[in-house]
Ligand binder design. Structure first.
Ligand code: IMP
Ligand code: MG
Length: 177
């Protein structure tokens, strides 16, 4: 028996929106270099597609973190599993994330990154679930604002599966029934 998937955002809709966000970034930064930081693993597909459409000079780095505690009771303390390779001092950083949910991860991560003295730092997330927010997070570029539903695809997983789907789908896990 398989998990049930319902398409929420098609590949074509995502492509179109990614191009629009890249255009916004291109207009804003012009010839300035932008340093994209991908929050692994969920942000990887979005970052690649976005980076291909950015015309400013681009450099890339990756960070991976995991939340202490279990899913239902997140402490808001984040452990860095893989740190950045390069310094971000004086760079125009854009953090690329898959989804802003409660905001706990990004709140912690962005505070930590600000301490490393970037010149500027913006947050770009493919998805935003504002109704789930527990901690305030300032978002600069958002792909789609979605309701409180658990989604997979385009980097987002359920138990590490479905990240490779080229669209965003709501999942009703078989195990939950
Ligand atoms: P936050 O700290 O609650 O904002 O956690 C955000 C993280 O939870 C994201 O980076 C995802 O890894 C995960 N997450 C939140 N909502 C979803 C979802 O609908 N599908 C898959 N992962 C999600
Ligand atoms: Mg994530």
């Amino acid at each position: 028996m398989a998990d049930k998937l319902r398409v929420m955002i098609t590949e074509e809709e995502i492509d179109k929106r990614v191009k629009e966000i890249a255009d916004e970034i291109n207009a804003e930064y012009g010839d300035q270099e932008v340093h994209l930081i991908c929050v692994l693993r969920g942000g990887s597909f979005f970052m690649c597609e976005l980076a291909k459409r950015i015309t400013c000079p681009v450099t890339l780095d990756f960070i991976a973190c995991s939340s202490y505690g279990n899913d239902t009771k997140s402490s808001g303390v984040v452990r860095i599993v893989k740190d950045l390779s390069d310094s971000i001092v004086d760079k125009n950083v854009i953090v690329i994330e898959d989804v802003v949910d409660t905001g706990r991860t990004l709140n912690y991560l962005l505070d930590m990154l600000w301490d490393r003295k970037p010149k500027t730092m913006k947050l770009c997330a493919l998805l935003d679930k504002p109704s789930r927010r527990v901690v305030e997070v300032k978002t600069d570029y958002i792909g789609f604002t979605i309701p409180d539903e658990f989604v997979v695809g385009y980097g987002l997983d359920y138990a590490q599966r479905y990240r490779n789907l080229p669209y965003i789908a709501v999942i009703e896990p078989e195990a939950a029934k």
